[in-house]
Design a protein around this ligand. Structure first.
Ligand code: HEM
Length: 473
């Protein structure tokens, strides 16, 4: 086969050893050397890495030759993903086909449509207000990394289940019992497992404790889902205020004219919502704050804008968001420099195809290096600098139509939760900036802010972002 260029590989392990501890960084460096369509052999898994806007365009635009469909599979043999997606019964991990199509349609039309996202407005505004109060009542330094995660989790808990299952006060008004089990699920999903690349090493998971850890976490999560579903089946339950995600999914289950979802599929979709929402939202909040705290003129400008619109009010409401133009620019720029899922969610080709001069086989793993794509010097001037102004009078946005900016992915498997995420991120940042002045802890300079990234599916800041908040309204 005429494969794209790639580094030399060793027998059996192929290029696995070249990924090191930070795969997204190693992949970026290797691509710079070998090209923006690069072939890697990761153990038993043939892998194509896409790391430029032009390469993404060749595949997903492809002159109408339909490569998007061929590149819309997902790997079906990732150990942890298979378990937590209830054996591939989820939107994110279902193989490309009828089940995925049906579930995706439910997500687009029912769960994450603009109308549904709007119906959760009160939840978002209440949770943000509770978090603002919580920050206002703390005299010490605020750990924004921790609070962002908590806030994102609380919102998704109420949106999905109608209430926070818990009640213990965890800051921001009661902590959802799903928080810790979801955190563990996320850690497991982001873990590097040898058995994902060397299928004959599946036995290793038994001996190194991974299997026991996965089973424990999964059983705990499954039990919580059973409790939530049972609560939603109580005949006297009212959905007058608004239907939550479980209500909608159960409505589908009961309606014979609709596609029938079984409980496994309902739970798979719930896991999608949690996993896809929390880490990504928290990561976007933290990196945006990190960038503006390092760029005082940007901080000043966005703060002035927000306060002018608030005009002395305590809270920015969602109806204010569309006119907060500079706020939108800083979030876009933070997503370009720090896309929360830097290597996107892995895909797999569904059949053989030809891209330019190269022949790509069916079942090739596809890594979309969306971080490198957002730094592509052909499209971005001074790509490593935080310059929100680059988006002024620039039609490029993150909805998957501009191949140089793909933080939410691209094509038919692109992220369906974009609207859900963006409105929450905007609301949180606007309110945090309206109510507080933010500064680095005493003695710390802008240059001291640690910009190291953690590893995993989601790109977190390695050290928590801790800032001092001074109440102004
Ligand atoms: C800043 C926030 C978010 C970012 C950066 C993000 C990013 C992504 C990316 C890169 C993908 C893979 C797309 C591809 O393969 O091309 C994805 C898929 C997905 N996202 Fe998001 N996401 C975010 C928030 C959300 C939210 C809030 C939800 C739902 C509540 C969500 C639900 C999903 C689902 C279900 C998929 C799988 C789609 C499929 O396979 O058909 N995401 N997301």
């Amino acid at each position: 086969k005429r494969l794209p260029p790639g580094p030399w590989k060793l027998p059996i392990i192929g290029n696995q050893h070249q990924l090191g501890d930070s795969p997204h960084k190693s992949i970026q460096l290797l691509s710079r050397k070998h090209g923006s369509m690069m072939f890697l052999q990761l153990g038993a898994v043939p892998t194509l890495v896409i790391s430029s806007a032009d390469a993404a365009m060749a595949i997903f635009k492809g002159g109408g030759t339909g490569h998007d469909v061929v590149f819309s599979g997902r790997p079906i043999d990732l150990y942890v993903a298979k378990k937590f997606s209830y054996n591939l019964n989820s939107i994110s991990f279902a193989p490309y086909g009828d089940l995925w199509r049906e579930m995706r349609k439910i997500a687009m039309v029912e769960l994450l449509s603009s109308k549904r996202v709007n119906s959760f407005r009160t939840v978002r505004e209440e949770e943000v207000a509770a978090m603002v109060d919580h920050i206002g009542s703390t005299s010490s330094t605020v750990n924004l990394s921790k609070l962002s995660m908590l806030l994102a989790n609380n919102v998704v808990c109420r949106v999905a289940f109608g209430k926070k299952y818990g009640g213990r006060d965890g800051g921001g008004g009661g902590k959802c019992r799903f928080n810790s089990v979801m955190h563990e699920t996320q850690v497991l999903l982001g873990a590097f497992l040898l058995s994902d690349y060397f299928p004959w090493m599946g036995w290793l998971n038994k001996f190194n404790g991974v299997e026991a850890r996965v089973e424990k976490c999964f059983n705990e999560l499954d039990k919580l889902y059973d409790e939530v579903i049972e609560d939603h089946l109580v005949p006297t339950r009212s959905t007058v205020v608004h239907e939550d995600i479980v209500d909608v999914l159960l409505r589908f289950q009961k309606d014979p004219s609709q596609v029938s979802l079984n409980n496994q599929q309902i739970k798979g979709i719930l896991t999608d919502m949690f996993i896809a929402e929390t880490d990504t939202t928290a990561s976007t909040l933290v990196w945006t704050f990190t960038e503006i705290i390092r760029n005082p003129p940007c901080m000043q400008k966005v703060q002035d804008e927000v306060r002018e619109v608030a005009n002395g009010r305590n809270m920015i409401e969602e109806s204010d968001l569309p006119i907060l133009n500079y706020l939108q620019l800083i979030i876009k720029e933070a997503l370009r420099l720090h896309p929360p899922v830097p290597l996107s969610v892995p895909r797999e080709t569904t059949e053989d195809c030809i891209i330019g001069d190269y022949e790509i086989s069916a079942k090739t793993r596809i890594i979309m290096d969306v971080r490198s794509i957002g730094l592509d010097p052909k499209y971005w001037k001074n790509p490593n600098e935080f310059r929100p102004e680059r988006f002024i009078n620039n039609i490029v946005d993150f909805k998957g139509k501009h191949f140089e900016f793909l933080p939410f992915g691209v094509g038919r498997r692109g992220c369906p939760g974009l609207n859900f995420a963006i409105v929450l991120v905007q609301l949180v940042i606007a309110n945090f900036l309206n109510r507080f002045d933010w500064k680095l802890p005493d003695g710390m300079r802008v240059e001291d802010v640690n910009m190291e990234e953690d590893t995993g599916l989601t790109m977190f800041k390695k050290t928590p972002l801790c800032l001092v908040a001074t109440r102004v309204v």
